[in-house]
Design a protein around this ligand. Structure first.
Ligand code: BGC
Length: 267
């Protein structure tokens, strides 16, 4: 129960990595705000909350589109009113809208940037303000607050046909490092996780057929696709005092995808 009495907001928590991370945080004792973006995702978010409660944990669902400033400000305000503070932000909400570069509309570009990058900016800003207001509460954690930004291997691996997505993840890397530098003296820790291929709805086209899965394995030296819990367990570590000296770094959890697997066979 390393996160006992701590309050975590997990954005984009109605599916995939966000859902898996919410379960792991709750198992570590955190109260989890399971954020979902729109009405159609409400049932899925409620299912995550139910699972947490069935295991004896504490969670609520909360609708908020992280690309909308007023909604983000309200989500943090409501969480502080209900639970007293926010200790952990998992900046997870993200999406893909893939397009050939020459056909990519400005709307498609902006849509991905607005959720993946603007959304992380807005949530991180509100979280940092709350951490600064509250300060360190040593009975809970030696840090004043922790942010874990969900990046991707595509913060370093270029990705044809996904310029908007790769640009958003590269942007997350520098936002994360910059605010980690700025707020470390205030005992706020900010890090990223860069998942590789994790089996979730976002990349079903890559793993959904035996042939796709076989192709995917060419990119993964460890020869298995990742599970949301692979990420969730690392989020718990980055949110806990066990990682207290870890600041402004990206933890790659990718089965070796960033190890240039094309060179496995002597290049
Ligand atoms: C993307 C997935 C992809 C993975 C590895 C992730 O960031 O969202 O679609 O499978 O990177 O390429």
């Amino acid at each position: 129960m390393k996160l006992k009495d701590q309050v975590a907001i997990v954005t984009g928590a109605s599916s995939g990595i966000g859902a898996g991370t919410s379960l792991e945080l709750a198992r570590a004792g955190a109260t989890v705000v399971v954020n979902y973006p729109f009405e159609a995702a409400k049932n899925a978010a409620e299912a995550v909350v139910s699972q947490i409660k069935s295991e004896g944990g504490n969670a609520v669902s909360y609708q908020c589109d992280v690309s909308k400033e007023a909604e983000v400000v309200k989500m943090f305000g409501d969480t502080v009113s209900q639970f007293g503070t926010v200790d952990i932000l998992v900046n997870n909400a993200g999406l893909q809208k893939d397009s050939a570069f020459t056909e990519m509309s400005l709307d498609t570009w902006n849509f991905v940037l607005s959720v993946n990058l603007n959304g992380q900016f807005l949530c991180a800003r509100e979280a940092v303000k709350e951490f600064l207001r509250r300060g360190v509460q040593p009975e809970k954690s030696v840090a004043a607050g922790k942010i874990i930004c969900m990046s991707s291997v595509h913060e370093v691996i270029p990705w044809s046909g996904h310029a908007n997505y790769a640009a958003s993840k590269g942007g997350i890397m520098m936002m994360m490092k910059t605010i980690a530098q700025e707020f470390a003296p205030k005992k706020i820790r900010i890090n990223s996780i860069a998942p590789g291929a994790i089996q979730t709805p976002i990349n079903k086209s890559a793993w959904g057929t035996p042939e796709g899965m076989k192709n995917l394995m060419r990119l993964i030296p460890y020869k298995r696709i990742g599970e949301p819990s692979d990420i969730g367990k690392a989020v718990v570590w980055l949110a806990s005092d066990d990682s207290d000296y870890v600041n402004g770094t990206t933890l790659f959890i990718d089965g070796g995808m960033t190890l240039y697997p094309g060179f496995e066979d002597n290049g």
